[in-house]
Design a protein around this ligand. Structure first.
Ligand SMILES: *Cc1c(COP(=O)(O)O)cnc(C)c1O
Length: 427
């Protein structure tokens, strides 16, 4: 009997490139066919064949309250009933803007958009417009959405301009982007020595979550802040993933660094397409209609998306929410490491708030190069074996994982039991 998953994938490939609407979903990194989902509730979701999985992807981060949280669903239903979109301002947009500004002191003004990509692209244009400069710095392994300026990989030398990492990105565009190594304080110093006054912005994931998980060193983030201040460059924290995921004050609160601009997405939309960029008032006021930097969106601040975001941000503010989430995530990581240790497997893991990384490697990686040394084949084997057991990890060795407030002891224990079974027969 062919499975419904398989049928759907076959048919989708006829009408959708690769059968998916975002490439990582296609399972190319781990091999095999993607799973099609039909329903989710709490920590679980069900595929097209009715099989259930414990979900450690959470739609790549947004689902901090798990699937279909009743209060979020209710807020969405209530908003939808009053109208799907107006293309004109609403009180709910004011409410969420005020809330974001209150929770993140670095943000004095904020504008809502529909995706993290849009937020990143807009923040870069704004930083360029504000400074009158063109060059930007990003770090290898960090992902900031698929804007042309940011689909760039390192050039041939350490201090050369980047090359496009995608066809279709003009070399001239990529040529304005300098790509440096994450956590390399010296590299960033050298770049500022060479180009300081030409650098419009540095964009960074304050905890890197798109090359598996790489935590920042304190020195690295401090140096970025100091050098940007000295050179008059805009420091952009990409908190699309870390925002309201690693804590209520986001990564900037956790590491006590105040960026000039922040981009947000994922959790702030509560599962709906919403993202934001915000920061210093003097910078934000360069945006149209006040200033010369153009940026707009037909569905920006969409009332249904804002309702999901507000409902989510209300619940995460409850006393102890992040302590519990961080503890749960740490427990997951500890349990997996303990199972691997029993069988002497080269495996380690770490968590920051509600996000985690697992690595088939002896030590926790601190750079892109070290992440690349992880045993990808071992991960892929582990991934498929866990999938079989009904545990859904990200279908790539180079993505972070996520825990929701609906993952309890029961789910963790099932995960450990599955890991035990797999590691027992590992050799
Ligand atoms: C997901 C992500 C983005 C892109 O957001 P989209 O909504 O997928 O466009 C940007 N930056 C980071 C750090 C992300 O994790």
């Amino acid at each position: 009997m062919t499975s419904r998953n398989h049928q759907l994938f076959e048919q989708s490939q006829q009408f959708i490139p690769g059968g998916v609407n975002s490439p990582v979903r296609a399972f190319r990194s781990v091999g095999g066919e993607p799973v099609f989902f039909q329903r989710g509730e709490g920590a679980y979701f069900w595929d097209a064949d009715g099989k259930s999985y414990i979900d450690y992807v959470g739609s790549w981060g947004p689902l901090i309250l798990g699937h279909a949280h009743p209060e979020v669903v209710q807020a969405v239903q209530a908003a939808a009933q009053k109208g799907l979109t107006f293309g004109a301002p609403t009180e709910a947009e004011l409410n969420i803007a005020q809330l974001i500004c209150r929770l993140l002191p670095s943000i004095e003004q904020v504008r809502l958009v529909s995706s993290g990509t849009e937020a990143g692209m807009s923040a870069i244009r704004l930083a360029r417009g504000f400074t009158g400069r063109s060059k930007i710095i990003k770090f290898e392994g960090c992902y900031h959405g698929h804007d042309d300026s940011l689909l760039v990989k390192a050039g041939s030398g350490a201090l050369t301009f980047g090359n496009p990492s995608s066809a279709g990105v003009p070399a001239e565009t990529a040529g304005h982007t300098i790509v440096l190594d994450y956590n390399d304080s010296r590299g960033i110093e050298e770049a500022f020595n060479q180009w300081g006054k030409d650098i419009a912005a540095v964009i960074v994931e304050p905890v890197a979550g798109n090359m598996n998980l790489v935590a920042p060193t304190a020195d690295f983030l401090n140096k970025l802040r100091m050098l940007c201040t000295q050179a008059g460059s805009v420091l952009i924290f990409d908190e699309v993933m870390t925002g309201f995921r690693v804590g209520l004050t986001c990564a900037q609160g956790l590491y006590q660094i105040k960026p000039d601009l922040t981009i947000l997405g994922k959790v702030i939309g509560g599962g709906m397409p919403m993202a934001a960029f915000g920061g210093r008032r003097d910078i934000m006021q360069c945006l149209a209609p006040l200033g010369p930097v153009y940026q707009a969106g037909t569905l920006s601040g969409n009332p249904v998306a804002v309702a999901a975001g507000l409902a989510t941000l209300k619940l995460v503010q409850e006393q102890g929410f992040y302590e519990q989430l961080a503890n749960r995530t740490q427990q997951l990581v500890n349990g997996l490491v303990a199972e691997a240790k029993k069988h002497a497997i080269d495996f380690c893991a770490q968590s920051v708030g509600g996000m985690f990384g697992i690595y088939f490697r002896k030590d926790i990686p601190t750079s892109f190069a070290e992440v690349m040394q992880c045993d990808k084949n071992a991960f892929n084997r582990f991934f498929h074996a866990m999938l079989e057991e009904g545990i859904y990890f990200a279908p790539s060795a180079f993505e972070a994982g996520f825990v929701s407030s609906r993952h309890g002891n029961d789910e963790l224990n099932k995960t450990f039991a599955a890991a035990e079974k797999i590691f027992k027969n590992w050799q």
